[in-house]
Ligand binder design. Structure first.
Ligand SMILES: Cc1cc2nc3c(=O)[nH]c(=O)nc-3n(C[C@H](O)[C@H](O)[C@H](O)COP(=O)(O)OP(=O)(O)OC[C@H]3O[C@@H](n4cnc5c(N)ncnc54)[C@H](O)[C@@H]3O)c2cc1C
Length: 570
């Protein structure tokens, strides 16, 4: 049967799009849309003659999102099944950098750095509002493992590997270094290098990638954990792969792709998934910018033999510090901060920034993520493990994509979809298009728009050109212009937008990943949580008692991840 048969178009419903046609505008993605898709899949699962999806992706982190977008843009019918929320896993818990990875130069991973720098340039083009260049300051002190001359040599190589597309690095003497960053400790300072990399919003990058996939016809169902994978012969004798979702619905695919990040294991992948990954946890701490008033992102070296480097990143009215690299076992969704990690972060940063207020009671929040590193054998530290990705096909033909970085997700997806196409009955093999089209279509906001309209300026960092649509809506209902919290840029219009267009089911989807008050608000969102929960339950059409259930669920998740208590919601 043809890949774009009428039967398939039916299930894709109003979101279907031909590969060649222009992307459609953003389609509603509300609790109701999600419920309709769930019911449609259930009915489809029970129908005797069902049309398989070309590609079913398991996992809606950045890897799954990238694959879904690439495949949908090549005209495949695509379904994404996610166990929790979009970017629930590592993709909302990274250091939020789109970078070549200066540190990987030391490990001789020139290929990885080259690829990452090439992807950084592409992401500037397709996701300009979410991937913002910044000048990173990397100081060197007497006795540091990486002395100044090595930093300069490394950054010269970095510039070359970026093909000089970004502004070149500069070496600075101690005086100039402290002029740029007066907070840095003076004793022992030998100088610094200043170089370009980029800062992003990982959860939003994942969401925008999936939204683009949806514009091209992909469907995405959240809170749909896949419990097992099997294979079956279709009616026409072709071999199909079957994902069974909790509750028993069976989803048929010509090609299944497992993109479950640190959850990738034998359960879904069989033997190749056994001992495939080495997990490593990294935490970040969030403080007020007034307590850690750095002027630009800083890169700091940990003391001693550790090869670790840390980042201190300004984030509007906040600054965050990270990260650690600690072996991890257990459920990646339950990772939380440990006392040792907090102490290690605070002491390294405190040594470099003696004037910063880094007392524990100044910490606003924290997050904790688990890296899915491809195992290398041996018992060395996870800091040494490669960040390269790997694509595996098991004996049933199921593909899995593991490892890699946020930065390289587009290239990983391209490779994965090329591999997927090998199994699909197509005469032509459409080429990857993902580097040519912006994630959010439309004209970028102009300098004038940003300078003259504080609402647009707040919205543009998360919504790009769509900020204009949100601003128009707020103009009709002025209460929606208000910020949720005074010194944070999130506006009430974004809550309404998230409920209608961003696939939210639970309160934590909204307050942890769409508008991350759980990470940035000293009250951890408590001041608005009840009101947001009420709107969510209205959108879900559920009974009022679910408001308290959502508040409790949210508090438990924040406690687990950040170790902090959400104050009682008024
Ligand atoms: C501390 C830290 C800092 C990092 N910093 C950076 C950085 O600055 N820059 C960079 O480029 N990279 C960084 N990375 C790496 C990057 O974040 C990851 O490589 C990337 O996010 C992995 O994405 P993923 O989609 O493969 O996995 P995930 O984001 O974890 O997604 C997997 C998804 O699969 C879902 N899932 C699991 N099991 C099932 C199932 N059975 N059924 C359905 N769904 C399922 C999960 O809920 C999850 O949403 C960092 C990683 C960490 C941990």
């Amino acid at each position: 049967m043809s890949l774009d048969s009428p039967a398939r178009r039916n299930i894709r419903g109003p979101e279907s799009a031909d590969a060649e046609s222009a992307p459609k505008p953003l389609r509603p993605w509300s609790p109701e849309t999600l419920r309709a898709l769930r019911e449609q899949l259930r009915a489809d699962s029970q129908a005797p003659a069902r049309e398989p999806w070309d590609l079913v992706v398991v996992g809606a982190g950045i890897t799954g999102a990238g694959i879904a977008r690439d495949a949908a843009m090549r005209g495949l019918s695509v379904l994404v099944l996610e166990a929790a929320d979009i970017a629930f896993g590592t993709s909302s818990r990274s250091t939020r950098l789109i970078h070549g990875g200066v540190r990987y130069l030391e490990q001789g991973e020139l290929g990885l750095v080259y690829e990452a720098l090439r992807e950084r340039a592409r992401l500037y083009q397709i996701a300009g509002h979410l991937v913002r260049p910044a000048r990173f300051l990397f100081p060197a002190y007497t006795g540091d493992r990486l002395p100044l001359w090595k930093l300069r040599a490394g950054l010269s190589l970095y510039d070359a590997l970026s093909l000089y597309r970004a502004s070149s690095h500069r070496g600075l003497n101690p005086r100039r270094t402290r002029e740029l960053e007066p907070l840095l400790a003076e004793p022992g300072l030998r100088g610094a290098v200043l170089y370009e990399d980029a800062v992003t919003d990982d959860a939003r990058l994942t969401l925008a990638t999936l939204q683009s996939a949806r514009r091209h016809g992909a469907r995405v169902l959240t809170y749909a954990p896949v419990e097992s994978v099997s294979r079956e012969r279709g009616e026409d004798g072709t071999e199909l792969q079957v994902a069974t979702v909790r509750g028993g619905d069976r989803i048929h695919a010509r090609q299944l792709v497992i993109a479950t990040g640190p959850w990738t294991s034998e359960r879904l992948l069989g033997a190749p998934g056994r001992e495939l990954l080495s997990l490593s946890q990294g935490i970040h701490l969030v403080l007020r910018a007034a307590d850690v008033p750095v002027r630009q992102p800083l890169v700091l070296q940990a003391k001693g033999d550790e090869r670790r480097i840390l980042f201190v990143i300004p984030w509007g009215a906040r600054t965050y510090l990270g990260t650690t690299d600690t072996r991890y076992t257990g459920d990646p969704g339950r990772a939380g901060v440990t006392e040792e990690e907090i102490s290690s972060l605070l002491s390294t940063v405190g040594r470099h920034l003696p004037g910063a207020r880094l007392q524990r009671d100044r910490i606003i929040s924290a997050w904790s993520g688990v890296r899915p590193l491809v195992r290398a054998g041996g018992s060395g530290s996870t800091v040494e493990l490669s960040r390269k990705h790997r694509i595996i096909r098991n004996e049933d033909g199921v593909l899995a994509v593991v490892g890699g970085k946020l930065t390289t997700y587009r290239a990983m997806a391209e490779e994965a979809v090329d591999r997927a196409l090998e199994r699909l009955p197509r005469r032509t093999r459409p080429a990857c298009q993902t580097q040519h089209e912006a994630l959010v279509p439309g004209e970028a906001l102009t300098r004038d728009e940003l300078a003259n309209d504080s609402l647009l300026a707040d919205l543009s960092a998360r919504h790009g050109p769509d900020a204009r649509t949100l601003a128009r809506r707020a103009a009709e209902q002025p209460a929606l212009r208000e910020r949720l919290v005074d010194d944070l840029p999130y506006r009430w219009v974004e809550v309404e937008h998230a409920l209608e267009y961003e696939g939210c089911t639970h309160l934590d989807d909204l307050l942890r990943r769409r508008l991350p008050l759980a990470l940035t608000d000293p009250q951890l969102g408590a001041g608005v949580a009840r009101r947001v929960a009420r709107r969510l339950i209205e959108a879900r059409g559920g009974p009022g008692r679910e408001i308290d259930e959502e508040l409790e669920r949210y508090a438990a998740l924040v406690r687990r991840e950040s170790g902090r208590e959400v104050p009682a919601a008024p």
